[in-house]
Design a protein around this ligand. Structure first.
Ligand code: DON
Length: 583
């Protein structure tokens, strides 16, 4: 099996069996303990709670908190904070993200926007030198790359507004993991190896994540007492425990010592925003997803609306992929032209996601021919991918649910741990367009709508999403930079075309991607036959096989008929190794 092959490559033989045993025991006990008392009021209240996340210790943190009486929102706090400790290269207290919430008691749904903000002293030319030449590295590494973190505010907000437990309690599993330490795994080592020079850039980061300056050995126990202290202060004091007082002072001093531009006011003024989700329908599915400053909702809605105009259902696999690619090409084109933080720029969102507009866009699609991206209009954007950032999905027995995608952007963010806070800072400033035509980490060149401004949020692709129909609800999302949106689209398509919902299948299916520019279809190295590739080439598409598979999707399907909640981890990621029953 492919999965087996992949596990053998990534995991030492003994660790595989041991981890499977541990996790089987853990999940079984968690499921049994949480099975009782499913609420009868909401038809979508599952028989058991479930968590899908990129690391088994984060899954355990979420399940523990629900066992202690917390709801899915408390579990989201616990999972997010645990991920900050055990996946420090992906997300953390120095980063931000989006949470999509469904409250079972009244069906209320909201997006919590905990995205980072540009510092107040930021300006649109801050990464240009005296001659106006872009200094791309400044937006990627070091103190100037760091935007004002949103995750701590997001966790405090979630616990206070939606949770049942005090924030302090929901943070306990993460505090323990940071204090007592945990055994690092192969993925940690791979991410550390990839960015070793960055981990040696400052004494703070080196002393935390390396072992006396050297790459730690497998099973090295990593503890982060300073991060534990910062988490405790957040737990005890809530929002102001991070954005004021000694933690804020420490963060600002350290950023400024490293040449950054943060001020106390940046932290004092940071707030999360509650935003209405983007909603649309496709093929009988009701899809609820993120609003700006994520581009995910607008781009997904537009791509699906275009697809709905085309005979995709009766098409064979290659012809269907051609339609998907042409829909993605147009939706990503508009992402580049129009999307940015709607608190700062006016975005024609309603028009972009209208069926009338989709019909206009669909009329330019030829059944037998690729449309060159250059023909769409002035080329503005190029996007690319990555596999740092993290997604989790949670449901409790009441039917409350959360889809959360969190990030510090690039692996290990800006490569700076702020002073003695234990907080690794993001490099999310790179998600802005620093200058017309200048690509960012993901190859992105944006438009005016995504230019830097003080207090503005950089445009994101993170797309936590709910998909509902009479069969049940699918809760999903993934990391992957610009490819996040096409991954979520392909998983939803899989869910649409197969009468039998199967989240494992949806998160595992082979992936392809088109993002307007570069003008080519990118495909994973396995899963596509020669005839599929040839048909697409014969229509004029360039098909480019990427070296490595991408994404780390975490999904839960709640089956309306059986009441089962089924969690699925992307076989490309870490948690899949620990799924009971997987060999
Ligand atoms: O917000 C965004 O779109 C990016 N900062 C996400 C980065 C990402 O997903 C990286 N890798 N997987």
């Amino acid at each position: 099996m492919k999965l087996n092959h992949w596990i053998r490559q990534q995991c030492l033989p003994t660790c595989h069996a041991r981890l499977l045993r541990q996790t089987t025991a853990l999940l079984l006990s968690a499921l049994l303990a949480l099975s009782a008392g499913a609420g009868a009021a909401d038809k979508l209240a599952p028989k058991q709670a479930a968590v899908a996340a990129a690391h088994p210790m984060a899954i355990q943190a979420g399940m523990d908190i629900m066992q202690r009486g917390g709801n899915a929102f408390d579990a989201a706090v616990a999972v997010s904070a645990a991920l900050a400790v055990v996946e420090p290269y992906s997300s953390g207290m120095g980063g931000g993200g989006f949470f999509l919430l469904h409250r079972a008691s009244d069906g209320f749904e909201v997006m919590i926007d905990a995205r980072e903000k540009a510092p107040l002293a930021a300006n649109r030319d801050m990464y240009l030198d005296a001659d106006g030449k872009p200094q791309a590295q400044l937006a990627l590494e070091g103190a100037k790359a760091a935007a004002i973190p949103g995750l701590p505010a997001g966790l405090a907000w979630l616990a206070q507004r939606y949770g049942r437990l005090p924030l302090r309690e929901a943070l306990q599993p993460a505090i323990r993991l940071a204090q007592k330490g945990f055994e690092i795994d192969e993925r940690f080592l791979a991410m550390a190896t990839m960015k070793l020079p960055l981990l040696r850039k400052s004494p703070e980061i080196e002393s935390i994540f390396l072992d006396s300056g050297q790459m730690p050995k497998p099973r090295y126990r990593l503890s982060q007492p300073e991060l534990a202290q910062t988490l405790s202060t957040l737990g005890d004091e809530g929002h102001k425990g991070f954005y004021g007082g000694h933690v804020a002072l420490r963060l600002v001093k350290s950023v400024r010592d490293y040449g950054g531009i943060w001020q106390m006011d940046d932290l004092a003024q940071y707030h999360v925003a509650e935003r209405a989700p983007v909603r649309f329908e496709f093929d009988g599915l009701r899809i609820t997803t993120v609003n700006l400053p994520s581009s995910g909702g607008a781009t997904l809605a537009q791509a699906f609306n275009i697809l709905a105009q085309l005979p995709w259902r009766e098409a064979d696999a290659a012809q269907r992929s051609h339609f998907v690619v042409e829909a993605l090409r147009r939706a990503y084109h508009d992402r580049a032209r129009y999307l940015g933080d709607s608190d700062f720029v006016s975005v024609p969102l309603a028009e972009l996601i209208s069926t009338d507009y989709a019909a206009q866009r669909a009329r330019t699609i030829k059944e037998d021919r690729a449309t060159p991206s250059a023909d769409l209009s002035t080329a503005l954007a190029q996007l690319n991918q990555g596999d740092h950032t993290t997604h989790f999905s949670v449901v409790d027995t009441q039917g409350n649910r959360v889809a959360g995608t969190l990030s510090i952007n690039g692996p290990w963010g800006a490569g700076i741990v702020a002073g003695t806070s234990g907080v690794l800072l993001n490099n999310e400033m790179d998600d802005f367009s620093m200058s017309p035509g200048v690509p960012n980490l993901y190859g992105l060149v944006g438009s005016e709508a995504n230019a830097i401004a003080p207090g503005k949020r950089p445009l994101s692709s993170m797309s936590p999403t709910f998909v509902e129909d009479e069969r049940g609800v699918l809760i999903l999302g993934t990391p992957g930079g610009s490819r996040i949106i096409s991954m979520v689209l392909l998983a939803i398509l899989d869910h649409a075309v197969n009468a039998d919902p199967n989240p494992e299948r949806s998160v595992s299916a082979a992936r392809y991607h088109h993002q307007y520019l570069p003008d080519r279809i990118e495909i994973e190295p396995e899963g596509f036959d020669a005839a599929w590739v040839d048909t697409l080439k014969s229509k004029g598409h360039e098909v480019h096989t990427v070296e490595r598979k991408w994404g780390n999707m975490q999904a839960i399907f709640v089956d309306r008929r059986s009441g089962e909640a089924r969690a699925a981890n992307d076989p490309r990621g870490m948690s899949a190794w620990r799924q009971p029953g997987r060999q």
